[in-house]
Write a protein that binds this ligand. Sequence first.
Ligand SMILES: Nc1ncnc2c1ncn2[C@@H]1O[C@H](COP(=O)(O)OP(=O)(O)OP(=O)(O)O)[C@@H](O)[C@H]1O
Length: 882
Amino acid sequence: MTLPSDFPLEPPATNKDPHRDYRGLDRDKLTPMYQHYVEVKETYPNALLLYRVGDFFECFFQDAVIISRELELVLTSKEGGKGIGRVAMTGVPHHALERYSRLLVEKGYAVAICDQVEDSTEAAAEKRLVERAITKLLTPGTLTDEGMLNAKKNNFLAAVVITGENWGLAYADISTGEFYTTQASDLTALSLELTRLQPSEILFPINAPDLNRILRPGEKSDHLPPCLPDSFCYSLRPQNIFTLTEAKNRLLITYKMRSLEGMGCEHLPLAIRAAGGLLEYIEDTQKANQVPLQPLKTYSISEFLILDGQTRRNLEITQTVRDGSFYGSLLWAIDRTCTAMGSRALRRWLLQPLLDSRGIRARQDTIQELKDNPSLRQDIRQKLREIYDIERLSGRVGAGTANARDLLSLAASLVKLADLAALVASGNSPYLKALQQIPADLEKLGQQVIAHLVESPPLHLKEGGVIRQGIDAQLDALRRDYQEVIDWFKNLETTEKERTGISNLKVNYNKTFGYYISLPRSKADFAPKDYVRKQTLVNEERYITTELKEKENIILTAVDELNKLEYEIFSDLRRQVAEFSPEIREVATKVAALDVLAALAEIAVYQGYCRPEIADGRLIDIKDGRHPVVEQSLGAGFFVPNSINLGNQEGLEYPDLIILTGPNASGKSCYLRQVGLIQLLAQTGSFVPAKSAKISICDRIFTRVGAVDDLATGQSTFMVEMNETANILNHATDRSLVLLDEIGRGTATFDGLSIAWSVAEYLATVLQSRTIFATHYHELNELASILENVANYQVTVKELPHEIVFLHQVRPGGADKSYGIEAGRLAGLPASVIDRAMQVMGQIEKHSKIAIGLRQGIKKIKPVKSDNSPSLQQLDIFDDSK
Ligand SMILES: Nc1ncnc2c1ncn2[C@@H]1O[C@H](COP(=O)(O)OP(=O)(O)OP(=O)(O)O)[C@@H](O)[C@H]1O
């Protein structure tokens, strides 16, 4: 095999250095081990190769350079062969392999583990190289080992196929078995879906057969179309795997089906191609550890509320804007789940709120029942705490990587499922009912495993001590024989003392010649004839006997046999459990959902959340709403609740657009986010932090909050703001909720105000989206006097002689003062600067043409929806003739 021309893991400078780059070396001169290393490396050119040598995993040549740099390990060198000289080398101890390979994978590398696959002593005896083979290929999206995964987060592997504007996307979490596919048009929707999923790795087919490489996050490539965000890790794959025939066959064979109809994607060629390509990659990387995925589910992106990346960020759903931490996010505030499965499900639900009111009500009904029935809720939560991560455990069982402790945890949880079913037996709501029937086989399976395995099995499977007594007749017989010999050894000292009459005779063991009998030198003459002298020390003579050696041999072979047999029995048990993976995972999904809903009921009780009424139309009617995170960080009683009525419709005089003014730090952003979060929680099916709420379903939440320079893409604050605003104006509908915080601040005042005005006007008249527009441009308050569906609200403050008291209350009416200069005074600006600022402001207000224009009292108009605002003419506030 020849290496691709743009070998990916090659730092350019190393080309010149033969000791760091094997490509320029005469292979025949390399030692046999290096020859094998290079051979393996060429089969996995995209991966960093960790190669087992004794107690270490070593790597050489260019990989050594990369690994030593990435892991801050010492880069050394080792003799490579006659005429080769020393080659670059680094290594990690074998027991630390998991930790180091996880670090490499986190950095976006694929790691190939080449381990010894036979006992090295055999190879040494035959004077040949110990046999080694790739036992694992770790890539960011294909991890299953517990230590490498975040328990509370899915680890998605995705595959994307694009033709023109149409795309197919499949994704799977190998550790839990979830497997989904979808197809849609509109490439923007693809990048939104990818940002929602945050896959650890994305497979993308390209037409360059030799090129098979991984692009680490941020790495650019001409092979990637612009719609794919470069913040992810991409594996470029050969196109032929993604052809429809190939992909479809692979799916049919894997799931032993004749048609894909049942999976709902028969008619979606791009979805099939993506799913087939993804399956092939799993087969390719998992080697012997084939992962049983759940049946493929087809979904439609139009089933869910759309949240773009900036909205997810601004609403701080899973991490804060400021420092990206979990602490302070919505998930942090409401995650009271008892299991890792529940925690992962809650995260997924929050990032994928529903559009279907029936789905929302089903969740609400369950929360209601659990809220109204505290003892049932507590019992369920108590039981859930006893259930381990059966989703991932069954994944490891299926992949054949679960150890005895994993199997026991799984079994203990399976047994508990029956208790859970009994607890929900009287339940009436959908998610409780779903768990009333748990396949009886699962409990039996759990009991079978518990009956087979000892209570606290060792971590390693090949060292015995795993299987209980009475499980296997052959094992018991072997153990009996073994025990007999052990007892013989235990008694040996006593029997030999009696036989020889030497009271200080001892039986000992050392590594060089095993068991021996030791006599003091002074007693050597009394040694029986059958004692064969093995070693003489200053004060001691050491002997063996034929019987001793025979018994010792029995022990050694018995241990091997016992361990082998125990391992076989264990593997067989693990295989039996693996057959139940689909059933286990189906139950796991239901358990996770119940956990989420019980947690949401818990938060509803303790934080005083109410059940929102899911209304028709475009209503957002929240009485005394609160910000779910800020209220928790402020502590009980400190948060000031605020209401909102939004959504102009027949019979209701509610505005579509609210202009929200108020001084700095009065609570505008908080109010804006609070409304967004209540809407999001309602569509997730959760209760909401409010006294009461009537909420209609919205198709999309848009936010534009604050402004940060996007240095990475070289965009200025203002350009970022304009791009985000353009995105909103191009996609919002009258079913959307738009939350705008400060539009137009990043440019000259008049430019900014003009843009802010026209954006607000467009939203109110053309799009008629429900909008809250927080601003310091008080001039925008004039819009309410012109447009019927616009209202002014302000966050109030109390002005005392020497300070401003923030009341955090949102009230009708526009603020006429910013208190920006007061804020400056409080911050310690020199008095003369403050005085001068007051003077300048007075002059501006007096002479501003805009201010004069806005005070003209223009007739209110009712907006009529059309493609272009019909009323822009009438809103010509800057016309001198008015
Ligand atoms: N309803 C409320 N009850 C109690 N405290 C609140 C409330 N709303 C906001 N706060 C507190 O006020 C602080 C400032 O709020 P926020 O950032 O929303 O102000 P702002 O009006 O958007 O300010 P700026 O215009 O400077 O961006 C918050 O960190 C929070 O601690």
